[in-house]
Design a protein around this ligand. Structure first.
Ligand code: GDP
Ligand code: MN
Length: 400
């Protein structure tokens, strides 16, 4: 699950990480009010207005604007709120439709009063799956595309691996600050920043923190000016307060609906819909679809209870995708009996009425033969298979 920048900053702040302070606004009036409070606090009229969408690169698309006074603020808040913001990271990139901006963050201009004395760094925390531990990636080249920096000047991107038993150690935080070229107060501030950032990462069960830019201000404070936060969905049950921050407007609507039904669904761009029980079998099924010349249209794990209701919900979700030319149902009857699943398929099919794409059902396991008879005798346009190869051949025929 991804957080908005303003939510991520609140999370960081609760762990003692210094941030660029700001207030979120849903309307121009709220933005003016927020601006008033910020001005009162900083004593300066300089602020920044930032579109809150789940995508980076907002600056490039006109979603981050500096303001100097209230008139300025009003004009820019009005322009950004309600705009379809295109960034290199929104669906379809700069050529795509963009994302609707519903909220903005009004924040203090962190670079004032001495922008020339500011330094922008890059800091991220994530899991390194090969090394089997968390890693802090950092660079002096913040503010811009870290991908470009990594490609053109890889020696400027550093990594610090964190031992999972020991956690982040003092010398590691100091090494990071040193490699970023800091000393004196800024060095101490960076050590504090990195330590509390790592505490927040572990404490919130996050899978990604990306602070770009992480700013050294003119008076040597270190603050997060931007943050991208991804939390581990599987750990959200431990953080009901964070789970509430989910913004379903920002997610794929079909995936959101599937989640409500307890289905594990990921939209892909192929032509064969899959309905499978178990993630491992789902992956294997996607492979077999590819081997038989099709492309999976989705990943869908219906879980353990493949009854008529579940199967029907899964059908509806798969059929929302106009690209689907065939559906392959591949269920292993271990805990659930194959004949119950078959009955579920038959019932769901009848309930739904007009399914026009060919359906191939492969049921293996307990009562597989009973299930096959059930389907073959149902009179429906459903083809059954027991062997995976038979199913694959039927898929090939269906999408040919
Ligand atoms: P992103 O484009 O989605 O990554 O959004 P950021 O929050 O990183 O903002 C884009 C860029 O705007 C940053 O890299 C900064 O250079 C700049 N920026 C952000 N906040 C401020 C600010 O308070 N003052 C100034 N002068 N620049 C800012
Ligand atoms: Mn950024």
């Amino acid at each position: 699950m991804n957080l908005h920048e303003y939510q991520g900053k609140e999370l960081l702040k609760s762990y003692g990480v210094a941030i660029q302070e700001g207030l979120v606004a849903n309307t121009v009036d709220e933005a003016i009010e927020a601006y008033g409070k910020i001005k009162e606090k900083t004593g300066s009229g300089f602020a920044v207005v930032k579109a809150q969408i789940h995508a980076g690169g907002r600056g490039k698309g006109g979603g981050v604007k500096l303001v100097k006074n209230e008139g300025d603020l009003k004009e820019k808040a009005d322009a950004i709120l309600g705009m379809m913001l295109k960034t290199p990271q929104t669906p379809g990139g700069m050529e795509g439709p963009g994302k609707l901006v519903k909220k903005i963050l009004v924040a203090e201009d962190a670079y004032v009063p001495s922008p020339d004395e500011c330094d922008e760094f890059y800091v991220s925390v994530l899991m390194d799956r090969e090394k089997k531990c968390n890693v802090i990636i950092y660079s002096t080249e913040g503010g811009m595309d870290i991908e470009t920096v990594a490609e053109e000047t890889p020696h400027l991107v550093h990594k610090e691996y964190i031992d999972p038993t020991l956690g982040l150690q003092g010398f590691q935080a100091r090494k990071i600050a040193f490699n970023l070229g800091l000393n004196g107060k800024a060095m101490k501030e960076m050590v504090k920043f990195i330590s509390s950032l790592y505490k927040a990462f572990v404490g919130a069960d996050a899978s990604l923190f990306e602070i770009n830019p992480c700013l050294k201000t003119g008076d040597d404070r270190i603050i997060a000016v931007d943050c991208k936060v991804t939390l581990d969905d599987n750990a959200l049950y431990r953080h009901p307060d964070l789970a509430e921050l989910r913004d379903t407007d920002e997610e794929d609507p079909t995936e959101v609906e599937a989640k409500e039904y307890g289905l594990n669904y990921v939209q892909l761009d192929g032509n064969v819909g899959c309905m499978v029980n178990g993630a491992g079998l789902a992956m294997a099924t996607m492979d077999i679809i590819k081997l038989s010349g099709g492309e999976p249209a989705n990943f869908l794990d219906v879980g353990g209870t493949a009854d008529a209701k579940r199967v029907e919900q899964a059908f509806r979700i798969i059929l929302k995708d106009p690209e689907v030319k065939a559906i392959l149902i591949n269920i292993f009857g271990g805990i659930v009996r194959c004949d119950r699943v078959a009955q579920g398929v038959v019932d769901a099919y009848k309930n739904m009425g007009n399914i026009e794409v060919p359906i191939i059902v492969r049921l293996q396991g307990t009562n597989a033969d009973v299930a096959k008879t059930l389907i073959d005798e149902s009179g429906l346009a459903v083809k059954s298979a027991i062997l995976l190869q038979e199913a694959a051949d039927l898929v090939k025929e269906a999408v040919a």
